[in-house]
Design a protein around this ligand. Structure first.
Ligand SMILES: *Cc1c(COP(=O)(O)O)cnc(C)c1O
Length: 495
């Protein structure tokens, strides 16, 4: 919740909440008057606040304090010190950014609620310049005519995926919506029953089909779908065959799915476009760094998919975006859809995306230059060494109120990427002290204390402990910033 200048002032209470003095409370005491608002605002401390925050907000903070003072303390002389403290605190709270950095020690690297992929410095720099200066966003410098905002990234995406054409929108959910709305509105789309994915509650393939005006035709069964199931379901009403990468779950056991090349061949033979929603879409083969395999858009294009959609901020490691690559004529139809205008990328995203895609031209240096890959490929020994370095400072802060241990743990990739694979990591495991009578609720209170640090620390609660997985705490500056704020931790009372 946002704090407001007009909200209940808290600071004034303390200095005035002295126990009622019977000698003073009867007969009724004389009411004191505070100086006028004008005189109060003329005090040096208040003048400084006006310089920083502006007159209106300072007036509002002063009025809120005076209202509280009249209600509860008007029988005592007006003290300007708590008044000034209140105004300063209320105005600082109001000015503090609501969107702010946190430490992601959840163990989930691409955490959707914590903003997914982190941008490399090249992208940050490009975004800052695109924001602060005019750019050729939609301007063709060669001809002096209007240009197309996709021009800044289309060649890069073609180069990196082998597709003929590419376009981009605000996120992958939008890419799927736009694709379906363009190619399948009023018609049927075939999807395997094993691929009717829900991603994070609000994005479900059946719902998005309906929104796009397409009719979903389910093919096969939950665990097994064969080529003949698709072949039999194709009719004159079929507009599209779509495969959806089962990003956030795995069907195991007695299963069958149709390989992309076979499905692509069937679609080609029957003259029906074949689209694949990859979800994450790593642009490089992750197995070269010992990470689990994830299909790449280049492979999917090579398998004969005519359109492929994937996210910019999952394994790709860039800004939030939805990328669509594929055959020129189909991408051209998608770009002509008026919805494309509503879902288009802004210049900040285009600047960041171009910078991140350029890093992929040199895959050998990617794990150093792209933060998400750097974190995902970080060796467990390195994380453990960091945990051993940080643990003493934490133990000192915790004193006898909690125990801390360095423990092995497993991180996950997140954002529905590679749901069953885990990465070896190390964590600081914080628990209730040995003699604690009632340890129930202790980890929750501890977690709340870490969340209220100046740079909130977000961990996870497991087995009655608060665990801080240090995979995403980088050595050096990040580590020092984490340790530096530990003394500010407001620990829960001993239980
Ligand atoms: C994550 C995902 C989406 C949604 O992508 P956003 O970029 O989060 O909008 C769509 N389809 C699949 C298969 C996904 O994994």
């Amino acid at each position: 919740m946002r704090s407001q200048v007009g909200s209940t002032p808290t600071l004034f209470r303390q200095p005035f909440m002295t126990p009622a003095d019977p000698a003073r409370s009867s007969p009724r005491p004389a009411l004191h008057r505070p100086p006028s608002l004008d005189r109060l605002l003329d005090r040096p401390a208040l003048r400084t606040l006006v310089d920083i925050h502006g007159r209106g907000p300072v007036l509002a903070a002063a009025r809120a304090y005076l209202a509280g003072w009249r209600e509860s303390a008007a029988d005592q002389p007006f003290d300007p010190a708590p008044f000034e403290d209140h105004c300063r605190a209320a105005l600082e709270a109001r000015a503090a950014p609501h969107l702010k950095p946190v430490f992601n020690l959840t163990g989930t690297v691409l955490h959707t609620n914590l903003g997914r992929a982190l941008a490399p410095p090249e992208a940050v720099q490009a975004v800052a310049e695109a924001m602060a200066r005019p750019t050729n966003l939609e301007y063709d410098l060669a001809s002096g005519q209007r240009g197309d905002r996709d021009d800044h990234i289309e060649d890069l995406l073609r180069e990196l995926t082998g597709a003929e054409a590419a376009t981009a929108v605000n996120n992958n959910a939008a890419a799927v919506l736009l694709l379906l709305g363009t190619l399948a509105s009023g018609k049927e789309v075939l999807v395997s029953r094993g691929e009717l994915v829900e991603i994070g509650g609000a994005f479900r393939i059946p719902d998005i089909m309906r929104r796009a005006g397409a009719r979903l035709v389910e093919v096969g069964t939950t665990n097994r779908t064969h080529l003949r199931d698709y072949a039999e379901a194709i009719s004159p009403r079929t507009a599209l065959v779509m495969k959806v990468h089962t990003s956030n779950y795995a069907v195991q056991g007695f299963t069958a799915a149709v390989p992309e090349p076979e499905l692509a061949a069937l679609c080609r033979e029957r003259g029906i476009p074949f689209a694949v929603d990859l979800g994450s879409g790593s642009l490089v083969d992750l197995t070269r760094w010992g990470l689990p395999a994830e299909p790449t858009p280049a492979q999917t294009v090579a398998h004969g998919a005519q359109l492929v959609t994937f996210s910019g901020d999952k394994l790709l490691g860039g800004p939030q975006a939805g990328l669509i690559v594929g055959e020129k004529s189909l991408v051209a139809r998608i770009k002509r859809n008026p919805l494309k205008r509503a879902l288009r990328l802004d210049k900040m995203t285009i600047a960041a995306l171009e910078a991140v895609l350029k890093l992929y031209r040199d895959p050998d240096r990617l794990t150093r230059r792209l933060p998400s890959l750097r974190l995902l490929t970080r060796p467990a020994e390195n994380i453990r060494a960091l945990a051993e370095r940080v643990a003493p400072a934490l133990a000192q802060t915790l004193g006898d109120r909690a125990t801390v241990q360095v423990q092995p743990c497993r991180s996950q990739i997140g954002s529905g990427s590679l749901p069953v694979d885990r990465l070896d990591s190390a964590c600081l495991a914080i628990g209730a002290p040995a003699g604690a009578k009632r340890a129930g609720g202790f980890p929750d209170r501890l977690a709340a204390a870490f969340r209220s640090l100046p740079v909130p620390v977000i961990g996870r609660i497991e087995d009655g402990q608060l665990r801080l997985d240090l995979r995403c705490l980088e050595d050096g500056d990040d580590e020092r910033a984490f340790v530096a704020q530990l003394p500010l931790l407001k620990l829960p009372q001993r239980v």
